[in-house]
Design a protein around this ligand. Structure first.
Ligand code: SIN
Ligand code: FE2
Length: 203
């Protein structure tokens, strides 16, 4: 089922569910090479969300700022390659939302445990805003906040469940978004956690 969240934003309910086993197998491989870690924001706060990356670029933050980096700052090694199942899912979802030929070079993997949240922000460290953001939800349900182009615009609350995919681009590419503190729950494949895969064309 498709639900429009804006002129360039679409929620594809359950889109990733059929491929979840392949995606979770890919995730296991990524995590073996680059485990989740809590990063520090430029303001000095430890993020409640734990993260890692795969693809040729990875999103990182530390006291000096946010950026994309080809290397994992913890190991100095390149981020793991993007698993084929990730790439396929991201391209298919983008195409369903009207963004053809999306080739992500970065996949940020976020892990939410109960209480973890993401405050409203724009994804704007990418070089080229013509490519959409493709965001895949797995595991425990969460409430996604989808705001406007100004931080002060009141966000809509969008419940996201395992397999849901949100794609935003075009006129909606720079909309503020975030995630409300995760409520404790159990998912039969992922236990207590919510995993979010965010695909971007960063470089
Ligand atoms: C993000 O904005 O990076 C993640 C959004 C989400 O977890 O749904
Ligand atoms: Fe984001």
């Amino acid at each position: 089922m498709k639900q429009a969240l804006g002129p360039g934003a679409l929620l594809l309910r359950g889109f990733a569910a059929a491929a979840d086993a392949q995606v979770l197998a890919g995730l296991q491989e990524v995590l073996e090479q680059a485990p989740f870690r809590h990063m520090i924001t430029p303001g000095g706060y430890r993020m409640s969300v734990a993260l890692t990356n795969c693809g040729s670029l990875g999103w990182v933050t530390d006291r000096t700022g946010y950026r994309y980096d080809a290397a994992d700052p913890e190991t100095g090694k390149h981020w793991p390659a993007m698993p084929a199942a990730f790439l396929r899912l991201a391209r298919d979802a983008a195409a369903h939302a009207g963004f053809d030929a999306f080739v992500p070079d970065a996949c940020l993997v976020n892990q939410y445990l109960p209480g973890a949240r993401l405050t409203l922000h724009q994804d704007k460290n990418e070089r080229d805003f013509s490519a959409p953001i493709v965001s895949v939800s797995l595991g425990v349900p969460a409430v996604f906040l989808f705001g406007g182009l100004k931080r002060s615009d009141r966000p809509s609350r969008v419940p996201l469940e395992h397999g849901d995919v949100v794609v935003w681009g075009g006129p909606d590419r720079l909309r503020y978004h975030g995630v409300q503190p995760l409520k404790a729950a159990h998912h039969y494949l992922l236990g207590e956690q919510r995993i979010n895969l965010t695909f971007r064309k960063a470089g």
